[in-house]
Ligand binder design. Structure first.
Ligand SMILES: [Zn+2]
Length: 415
């Protein structure tokens, strides 16, 4: 490990890392006059924005929880980095080569562990994407084209193919001087039962999953071969980079439209996100290998700058089947976490956005979202469906069942 980063370099990094841009990767900011910007604080849960950014000064401050500092402090806090790690990350973004007291430059083994893992994922994503063009990836290309995705769409979303060999990616990354320990820590490789290092994914279609800053932090991999004994979808396990409780697939490309339109559409799978974006619903995101949960709500509220019940909407799409109905009723748990209104969009014949686009085209996907109904209405109808409303007893029982939902409505008029 080389010495301290030179003060002059730290100052250069600070100068060339606009605070509003860096914060804007995580939080939607709006001007509030006198050159200041404000958004929902990423460090505490709040209903109205009190996170203040002064771009000219390069400082932020939260009036709610009291945190504050400069751009380096922000990156340290939001990504849990040490001071040199945060400076390295910003230096990379700004294209600055750091020098260290006592010699040495960034490129020589002084890079932080987090940056090493990000680099390994970037190389892995390129490797998978190239493999999708290879002769043995025919079933991967067939899968995509059967779902209405051409080569251009695959390239746009970085879809790739994990080849058949046991350690093809592992050898490729070790050839690029990544260590076995880094590959295991990042979830790219694992120990086989015989003790050798093997790739995590084999013969699968692979989607790179990016964080809000656009860096690949993991992969979702779809089974293709009939003799593949694994589950239909396999994801990167929990790693220092991959925290599935707050990752949303597509959020890196959707976040600007989410902020602009005050809308987010939550779908169920990677192909649904692709279908929505290609069909003209650029606010679609999906959870990765886990159900949509409480931490996802927190992330979306910041991207939406969720502070008014009269502006903005969260639209959940679920399959029309029984599992989809259950998921929709579960989503009602989140209704009260959002300040804005929540909706559900369910296709009557049970098609997900991907199938809908194949069968009826882009317009049908946009119509699905446009025809959304309030989540609460849907949840109450779901509850009532179990009762015979033709009898007095049935109606009373139904009322009892629906009352708790109605009580939780935040809109008094609606209640
Ligand atoms: Zn705060």
């Amino acid at each position: 490990m080389a010495g301290r980063i030179r003060d002059a370099d730290v100052a250069a990094v600070r100068d060339r890392s606009p605070l509003a841009d860096i914060v804007g990767d995580y939080v939607q900011l709006r001007p509030v006059g006198s050159g200041q910007l404000r958004g929902l604080c990423p460090f505490h849960d709040e209903k109205t924005p009190s996170f203040n950014v002064r771009p000219q000064v390069g400082a932020y401050h939260c009036f709610g929880c009291g945190v504050g500092g400069d751009v380096i402090a922000f990156v340290r806090a939001i990504d849990g980095l040490s001071f040199p790690e945060a400076v390295e990350r910003l230096a990379r973004r700004a294209g600055i080569t750091l020098t260290y007291e006592g010699g040495g430059v960034t490129s020589r083994a002084v890079t932080s562990q987090r940056q090493r893992l990000l680099d390994a994922h970037r190389v892995a994503a390129e490797f998978y994407a190239e493999r999708l063009e290879s002769a043995d990836a025919g079933d991967g290309r067939d899968f995509l084209s059967a779902r209405g995705f051409d080569r251009e769409a695959a390239v746009r979303f970085g879809v790739g193919y994990a080849p058949a060999g046991w350690d093809t990616l592992t050898r490729h990354l070790m050839g690029r001087h990544f260590t076995a320990a880094e590959l295991v820590l990042g979830g790219l490789a694992k120990q086989s039962s015989r003790g050798s290092l093997i790739d995590r994914f084999h013969r699968r279609l692979v989607w790179p999953i990016r964080d809000l800053a656009g860096d690949v932090v993991g992969f979702g991999a779809r089974r293709l071969a009939a003799d593949d004994p694994g589950p239909k979808y396999l994801n990167t396990p929990e790693t220092p980079l991959f925290k599935k409780a707050n990752l949303l697939y597509g959020a890196d490309i959707a976040r600007r439209e989410i902020a602009r339109r005050y809308q987010v559409v939550v779908v169920e799978g990677y192909t649904d996100v692709m279908a929505c974006h290609l069909a003209g619903v650029p606010t679609a995101v999906a959870s990765c290998g886990t159900a949509f949960g409480s931490e996802h709500v927190t992330v979306l509220r910041r991207l939406l700058m969720d502070q008014s019940e009269h502006r903005g909407e969260v639209v959940f799409t679920f399959d029309g089947d029984e599992a989809g109905r259950k998921a929709a009723i579960r989503a009602f748990e989140f209704e009260e976490r959002f300040v804005t209104q929540t909706f559900v969009a369910i296709e009557p014949s049970g098609l997900d956005p991907c199938d809908l686009r194949i069968q009826r085209g882009d317009v049908a996907v946009r119509d699905l979202v446009a025809d959304r109904v309030p989540l609460v209405e849907f949840a109450i109808r779901g509850k009532l469906a179990g009762f015979d409303l033709n009898t007095t007893e049935g109606r009373l029982a139904a009322l009892d069942a629906a009352a708790p939902l109605i009580n939780r409505l935040k809109d008094r008029g609606l209640r």
